[in-house]
Design a protein around this ligand. Structure first.
Ligand SMILES: Nc1ncnc2c1ncn2[C@@H]1O[C@H](COP(=O)(O)OP(=O)(O)O)[C@@H](O)[C@H]1O
Ligand SMILES: N[C@@H](CCC(=O)OP(=O)(O)O)C(=O)O
Length: 370
C-alpha cells in the first residue's frame, strides 16, 4: 500500500564531524533508499538540514556562526551546494526532486498553509521528492521554526504523512545522552507520547556542535507528529537503508506510536501552525470541563491572562501551575478579556458595553495538548 513518508536528516549525519565535509557515502545511501521507496510507490518528502554546515565548510569556517546575519549568509552559500549534490545523485537514479524553502510565517496564515499543502500534494502527485529546509537566509528571529525536527513534524502533519523518520547520529533515543552516560538504557517503543514524562529521559540541553536542538527537539517533533496520527521513528542516519526494514516491521530505532484519534487538519493548524500570542490561566473547573468534557472555554473559568493579543489570535490555555493544557483561537482581545475574566457570560454586554461571543474559546477552535 502506498504511504506518505517524511524523512528528516540532521547536519550531524550529513557532514563529517572532524572536517565538516559532506558524508558522501551516507548521502548516496539516503538517495538510493528514498528512490527505492518511490519505486515501491510511496510518496516521499525529505527534510534536509545542512545549509549552515555545508556553507561553513565551503567558506573554511571551523565553527557554527554566532551572529544571525552571518548564519543567514552562510546558509545561502550552503543551501545551493547541498541541492546540487542531491540533484546530481537523484538524477543518476532518474528521480526528480524539488527545493521547498519554508519560513514559519508560511504556515501561520490559514490560506498560505492550505496553499503549501496543495503545492506539496501536486509535487507528490508528480512523483517528485520535495527537499525541504527552513529558509534560513530570510527567516526572522521572532518567527522561526528554529530547528528542522520541528519543521519536519509540521511538514509531516501538513502532508498528512503516515511515517516520520528522524535520522540522526545516534541509533535511537536513550534514557540519557549515551555520549556522556555509558549506562544509558535504549528506548525501543513509546506506546503513548503522554507517558514519556514517566520515563524520566535526560536529554541534555543541546546536541552536537553542528546540530540544533539535540533530542529535545526530536521529542517535541514526535509529540506533534504522533498527535497528527503519524508513526515517528528516531534512527541512525548513517544507515538510511534501515528505513526499508522498519517499514517491513523490524524493530529498529525508537518508534513512537501514533495517537489512535488524530486531530483534524484545521485543529492541527491551530495547534502547530499558529504561533500563540498570549496565555490564559484557568481554574480547576475550567480545566476539567475542557479536558474531560470537551467543552468551550467561558470567561468565568479564567483567573489571569498574559500577553497582548487580538481577537482571533492563538493563545495557550494553562492550568493554575502554568502547564499548557490546550491551545485555541480566542474570541476577545486581551484588553476586553482583562475586564471580563472570572465573570458569568450574561454579564459581558453590561461590562463591555456591547454584546460579545458567549465563549472565550469555542470548542471547535480548541485543541488539547498531548
Ligand atoms: N536521551 C538521549 N538519547 C540519545 N541521544 C541524546 C539524548 N540526549 C541528548 N542526545 C544527543 O542528541 C544528539 C543528536 O542531536 P543533534 O546533534 O541535534 O542531531 P541532528 O543534527 O541529527 O539533529 C546525539 O548525538 C546525542 O548526543
Ligand atoms: N536549517 C538549518 C538546520 C537546522 C537544524 O535543525 O539542524 P539539525 O539539528 O542538524 O537538523 C540548516 O540547514 O543548516
Amino acid at each position: 500500500m502506498s504511504q506518505t513518508i517524511v524523512v528528516k536528516i540532521g547536519t550531524s549525519s550529513l557532514t563529517k564531524s572532524d572536517t565538516g565535509f559532506l558524508a558522501l557515502a551516507t548521502i548516496a545511501q539516503l538517495v538510493e533508499t528514498l528512490s527505492q521507496l518511490r519505486q515501491q510507490g510511496h510518496h516521499v518528502v525529505l527534510v534536509s538540514s545542512g545549509a549552515v554546515g555545508v556553507g561553513c565548510a565551503r567558506l573554511g569556517l571551523t565553527e557554527r556562526p554566532r551572529t544571525i546575519s552571518m548564519k543567514q549568509a552562510v546558509a545561502a552559500v550552503g543551501q545551493g551546494r547541498l541541492m546540487r549534490v542531491y540533484d546530481d545523485l537523484f538524477s543518476s537514479l532518474q528521480q526528480p526532486i524539488a527545493q521547498v524553502l519554508l519560513t514559519r510565517s508560511d504556515l501561520v496564515q490559514r490560506s498560505r498553509y492550505v496553499n503549501a499543502y496543495r503545492t506539496f500534494r501536486q509535487l507528490l502527485h508528480l512523483g517528485v521528492i520535495p527537499i525541504v529546509n527552513e529558509n534560513d537566509t530570510l527567516a526572522v528571529d521572532e518567527l522561526k521554526f528554529g530547528d528542522n525536527d520541528t519543521l519536519s513534524a509540521m511538514v509531516a502533519s501538513l502532508v498528512e504523512a503516515d511515517w516520520l523518520f528522524l535520522l540522526t547520529d545516534v541509533d535511537r533515543l536513550y534514557s540519557a545522552d549515551p555520549r556522556y552516560n555509558p549506562d544509558a538504557q535504549p528506548i525501543l517503543e513509546v506506546e503513548k507520547i503522554e507517558h514519556l514524562a514517566e520515563l524520566n529521559i535526560e536529554v541534555g540541553d543541546r546536541g552536537t556542535a553542528w546540530g540544533t536542538g539535540g533530542m529535545v527537539t526530536k521529542i517535541a517533533a514526535a509529540r506533534i507528529a504522533t498527535t497528527a496520527g503519524i508513526r515517528t521513528v528516531i534512527t541512525e542516519g548513517k544507515s538510511p537503508q534501515n528505513m526499508l526494514k522498519i517499514l517491513q516491521g523490524e524493530s529498529l530505532g525508537t518508534q513512537f506510536a501514533p495517537l489512535p484519534h488524530a486531530v483534524n487538519a484545521r485543529k492541527r493548524w491551530i495547534a502547530h501552525g499558529l504561533v500563540p500570542a498570549g496565555k490564559l490561566y484557568l481554574d480547576q473547573g475550567a480545566v476539567k470541563a475542557i479536558r474531560q468534557a470537551g467543552r468551550s472555554l467561558l470567561a468565568a473559568g479564567i483567573t489571569e491572562i498574559e500577553g497582548e493579543f487580538q481577537s482571533q489570535d492563538a493563545v495557550q490555555l494553562c492550568d493554575e501551575r502554568g502547564q499548557e493544557i490546550a491551545r485555541g483561537i480566542v474570541n476577545y482581545n486581551s484588553l476586553d478579556l482583562q475586564k471580563i475574566l472570572g465573570c458569568h457570560s450574561d454579564k459581558i454586554p453590561e461590562i463591555l458595553g456591547h454584546a460579545g461571543a458567549d465563549t472565550v474559546v469555542h470548542r471547535d477552535n480548541l485543541v488539547l495538548s498531548s
